[in-house]
Write a protein that binds this ligand. Structure first.
Ligand SMILES: Cc1ncc(COP(=O)(O)O)c(C=O)c1O
Length: 456
């Protein structure tokens, strides 16, 4: 038994893996990949094989794995302060990070948690509690966008509109309202992305006209609904949502968890619409993909409504690791890298180069709705295979590339440090995996799991 096989066996016996039907790993065709170490864009298994991390390990990694600057910052932090509770105590990394996030976003009073779903819940709770504190307790409902994804804890599932993740827990969830998505792929003949955005905004307007008195907040993923299959929309939609929220006195929560920190070409996606939200949720890339950390930032007006002699009017939410110094230090080192490497500008050059390397994929006859924004590429693949994603991912691994399509949407979200040669490997591997998957389809491949639907 190889070292890989031994870790596989032990993992399947001891670990319950996320977003996974564990039985699938019983098939030799769907093996777990044990990772021994990672560096730059590469993941290395125990037998010496390497895989280019084409999805930045669930969209968290920005500057490559094991970045020396982030590693050094973490070691230095570990030598002075590992952790202290943040209630009644404070420390340099959390203060410095909060100051820098405020300067970057124009919002302040950063509240911390460890994952994206918790950030969503914090924003929703803060919004509803704000309205209660200002005497409008009836404003406690939320509106999300069709196909939206904001995390999978029971509270976050209220605004996550993906049946596969929500159906089994429907009785536990206090469902938010769902309005039409501005997904530009819905454009009818003669329509452009802006027209779809106007239509979707009008649907939100209709809903708010009727329900604004009970509505605390609208939550949106700015520019890209990632988990929905990299559904992109015109920034006009965000401007219209902002206008509607203003006229109906409803908060606007922008969930930048997946798209923040440069992924769409600007530091934060919503700035491309020139809007200022009432809440921003951040996570994933915040620590450059090293440690779990999330943050919610809001306005002085919201903060002031909690500032009171009455304890119960305060935001009494907490997590044990809130504002963990190591995670905050990793985030500071990540923000330093943005400045030191002029990352947003460098990304424009990297994206242009990768775009050219992807020419054959862009032109593939089975590709529909090719789309690209910043350091994110997606294509819908016309394939009759119900388990296209799973088959594709397997072929991609055989090419030395980690790619996991969402349904029939193939996408790339590589770390920003992709070199020219690595870009070539990614582009070639992505194309070869597509050809191999479609060859199986042509052979009339009997699906291992007919009707199977894949997660992210
Ligand atoms: C837009 C968005 N919000 C929230 C989340 C949830 O984050 P986490 O998986 O850290 O709970 C995700 C995760 O993919 C996401 O893409």
């Amino acid at each position: 038994m190889s070292v890989n096989d031994e870790w596989r066996r032990r993992s399947l016996a001891a670990v319950w893996h996320p977003c996974t039907q564990m039985k699938l790993h019983a098939h030799a065709a769907q093996p777990l990949i044990p990772v021994a170490r990672a560096e730059g864009v590469w993941l290395y298994d125990f037998d010496g094989r390497r895989y280019l991390d084409g999805v930045s390990s669930w969209w968290v990694n920005l500057f490559g794995h094991s970045h020396p600057a982030i590693r050094a910052a973490l070691i230095e932090q570990l030598n002075s302060l590992d952790h202290v509770m943040l209630a009644g105590f404070t420390h340099a990394p959390v203060v410095e990070l909060s100051e820098r996030l405020a300067a970057l976003t124009g919002l302040g009073h950063a509240f911390y948690a460890s994952d994206g779903a918790s950030a969503t819940e914090i924003a929703l709770k803060m919004s509803a509690h704000y309205w209660r504190n200002v005497g409008r307790a009836e404003k406690c409902c939320f509106v999300g966008v069709a196909g939206g994804y904001h995390g999978e804890t029971v509270g976050a599932l209220a605004v996550t509109d993906i049946a596969l993740f929500r159906e089994a827990y429907a009785p536990l969830v206090r469902l938010a309202a769902t309005v039409a998505s501005p997904d530009a792929r819905q454009a009818a003949a003669g329509e452009d992305a802006a027209a779809v955005a106007e239509r979707a905004a009008a649907a939100l307007g209709d809903w708010l006209a009727e329900h604004h008195e009970q509505t605390a907040a609208v939550i949106v993923e700015p520019l890209v609904q990632c988990a929905a299959g990299m559904a992109m929309h015109d920034p006009l939609y965000l401007r219209r949502v902002r206008e509607l929220c203003d006229s109906y006195q409803v908060h606007l929560v922008v969930d930048e968890i997946a798209v923040g920190f440069g992924r769409t070409g600007t530091m934060f996606a919503h700035t491309q619409a020139g809007i200022r939200p009432d809440f921003i949720c951040l996570s994933k890339g915040l620590t450059g993909g090293t440690l779990p950390l999330s943050a919610v930032l809001t306005t002085d007006q919201v903060y002031a409504a909690f500032y009171d002699d009455d304890v119960a009017r305060g935001f009494l939410h907490s997590h044990s690791y809130t504002g963990n110094p190591l995670a905050c230090r990793a985030a500071l080192a990540t923000l330093d890298l943005f400045e030191q490497t002029d990352a947003l500008r460098a990304n424009r050059a990297t994206a242009e180069r990768l775009n050219a390397q992807l020419a054959a994929l862009h032109q593939h006859s089975r590709v529909r709705h090719g789309r690209h924004l910043g350091m994110l590429w997606a294509w819908d693949i016309a394939s009759s295979l119900p388990d296209f994603a799973r088959r594709y991912a397997r072929h991609a691994l055989a090419q030395g590339v980690l790619l996991r399509p969402i349904g029939h949407t193939l996408y790339l979200m590589p770390p920003y440090v992709l070199s020219e040669a690595e870009g070539e490997h990614l582009a070639q591997g992505a194309l070869a995996a597509l050809q191999a998957t479609l060859a199986e389809e042509a052979e009339g491949a009997a699906s291992q799991s007919e009707g199977a639907v894949d997660g992210v």
